[in-house]
Design a protein around this ligand. Structure first.
Ligand code: G4F
Length: 345
């Protein structure tokens, strides 16, 4: 290293292959970080969101490193943390589907609640502790007494997922207050992007709008379309997460737009963009309805604005526009690749 250069910061990200993990990785690469990511080993590694980085030899093996570990592999995680000595640890991994948590409550709690506690225990014992950010969720507020919610609103979760997240969020606070761990909760409201998993409602809708307009799908089976959410744009949320770990002292923050829209409004905007009417294709199917839904989840992010200088810029219409456009392009690209393959001699 040339004299005068400060050493590069090191970050470790759990959930690096997810929507937020991939955006955070790009953000930190741009800031010159060395990044270590934990990847779950399964029969098929789902890594498509970071494939471009993985295949770039000037990045992978130089600035970006992946390690296989589940959140249950405590010895492995301890070893990776001891070896890589991160300055910042972003804990984004977890079973993130609220609906699925009703079907698999035990593994959801094991992974999301206990997985976070295990990680905090490891961090607590490290001689040189990283700053720790936990990606918490508006689901902790469940059926809130008041709206909009702030960092001090009470936790009243309505799903196994929300309960697991509330446990983990409280544990971060306990480790901060009891052991002086620099631990913070980013209490994130829904945040979406073209990289959103296909089983979440926004992406399910934008994919369907694109596929129906291309003649590849004929209908869209959905659950409760009266549900309302505070939807923001994911790349902006990871920027706030990074800013949280740059503060002098650890604090929790609500990250939200402060505006609510219904699933039906999302449907309407997405289908309009491709010149269709959603009601011609929509079918209500009970299996997509949840045993219980949260109440009015809408966040007040004024603390993030004041302390982090963070304010979401991408509004609801723009978010829908970005996502539909990306899915239309994906379909056009796959059609042209298929065309090339079938016309090959
Ligand atoms: O897109 P969703 O599955 O997101 P949900 O449950 O709000 O959770 C997301 O946001 C949380 C807060 O940030 C995160 F903690 C969590 O990890 C995840 O990222 O569902 C949104 C709404 C729900 O009310 C659901 O009942 O859409 C309703 N919905 C209606 N039909 C549907 C469907 N949701 C899904 N996934 N699929 C449907 O067919």
């Amino acid at each position: 290293m040339p004299s005068g250069d400060s050493p590069k910061k090191v970050a470790l990200i759990t959930g690096i292959t997810g929507q937020d993990g991939s955006y955070l990785t790009e953000l930190l690469l741009g800031k010159g970080y060395i990044i270590h990511g934990l990847v779950r080993r399964s029969s098929s590694t789902i890594r498509h969101r970071i494939d471009r980085l993985f295949e770039d030899r000037s990045i992978y093996g130089e600035q970006l490193f992946l390690h296989y570990a589940d959140l249950e592999d405590l010895t492995t995680i301890r070893r990776i943390l001891t070896k890589t000595q991160p300055d910042e640890l972003y804990h984004l991994a977890g079973q993130s589907h609220v609906g699925t948590s009703f079907e698999i409550p035990e593994s959801t709690c094991q992974f999301t609640a206990m997985g976070t506690l295990n990680l905090l225990e490891i961090v607590r014992d490290l001689p040189s502790r990283p700053r720790f950010l936990y990606a918490s969720s508006s689901e902790i507020f469940g059926r809130p007494e008041k709206y909009p919610q702030t960092e001090s609103s009470s936790y009243r979760p309505t799903s196994p997922y929300g309960v697991a997240k509330a446990f983990a969020t409280n544990m971060v606070r306990v480790y901060r207050d009891s052991y002086d761990v620099f631990g913070v909760n980013a209490i994130c409201y829904n945040h979406e992007s073209p990289r959103r998993g296909e089983s979440f409602v926004t992406r399910k809708i934008t994919r369907a709008a694109a596929a129906i307009s291309a003649g590849r799908q004929t209908s869209l089976a959905m659950g409760n379309i009266n549900a309302r959410r505070d939807w923001g744009y994911a790349p902006e949320y990871v920027e706030a997460m990074w800013r949280m770990l740059q503060l002098d002292a650890p604090e929790d923050f609500v990250l939200a737009t402060g505006k609510q829209h219904s699933v039906q409004e999302f449907l309407d905007a997405a289908f309009k963009q491709v010149g269709l009417s959603w009601s011609d294709y929509y079918r209500r199917v009970d299996k997509y309805c949840r045993p219980s839904e949260p109440g009015e989840l809408v966040g007040d992010a004024s603390k993030a604005y004041e302390r982090l200088g963070w304010r979401p810029e991408v509004d609801f219409q723009s978010l829908v526009g970005i996502m539909v456009e990306a899915d239309v392009q994906r379909i056009q690209q796959s059609a042209s690749e298929l065309g090339k393959a079938t016309s090959a001699p």
